[in-house]
Design a protein around this ligand. Sequence first.
Ligand code: PLP
Length: 284
Amino acid sequence: RIVHVNGRYLPEDQATVSIFDRGFLMADGVYEVVSVLDGRLLDFEGHMKRLSRSLDELGMTHPMTDEEWLEAHRRLIAENDITDGLVYLQVTRGNPGDRDFAYPPKDTPPTVVMFTQSKPGLAENPQADSGLRICTLPDLRWARRDIKTVQLLYPSMAKMEAKARGCDDAWMVEDGLVTEGTSNNAYIVKDGTIVTRQLSSDILHGITRASVLRLAQEAQLAVEERSFTVEEARAADEAFVTSASAFVMPVVAIDEATVGTGAPGPVARRLREIYLDEMRRTAI
Ligand code: PLP
């Protein structure tokens, strides 16, 4: 695999960053994941807007313009011959040359790392037909989940705990209300209305969420942006999650409760189709 490190394209075993990098020592960095279908990027502009915002919220330097990011994504897709898969990018606050809680001087260059993951048949994931089994766990993350930081230890722990309990993934819960999945936004459907938590610093502002909600409204589906309880979710007609790499993925069980009929519901199936159609139409 050819990867990108600070403007250079190298075989992955020749790509290195410093042990003093702030990303490594402090999880002081942000990332994005953009999906690729048929060699083209999905929702690219949305991901670049969120990257800008994450960098601004942490007072980090923007290492590249949107045009340069696009060029870098396209080069990695071409070099690695990616048909379906994703491009991962990470920007950290660079290498101050030592460990220190205080940020390094403003002119310290950020560290940029990018790589591809090939996922043939990404849009034909069989999990979309079987649906996910979700376990609920307390949300023990920090309070700025709107910033897409590389600080992913708790979501990893939650995913492992969910798997240990026989689930595919976890939904995290705070004050009895579902915040989101470990790496996706969470939804329920009740009496035809799609319900998903309102945007705040409690959740990541999903790029897929934004597109799916817009497409749902265009398809005359009712949408309510509000918090919902675990009990409400267990009693819902349907549930699903969204993310850049899972698209729209149905949920069929929450803890010991079956959701709806126990099979992927019609709203989730339809939204997945509408979303994939739109992504294929607008990919760049
Ligand atoms: N919520 C969390 C915590 C995530 O990590 C992600 C994606 O990684 C999402 C939601 C979904 O965001 P997006 O649709 O932009 O991939």
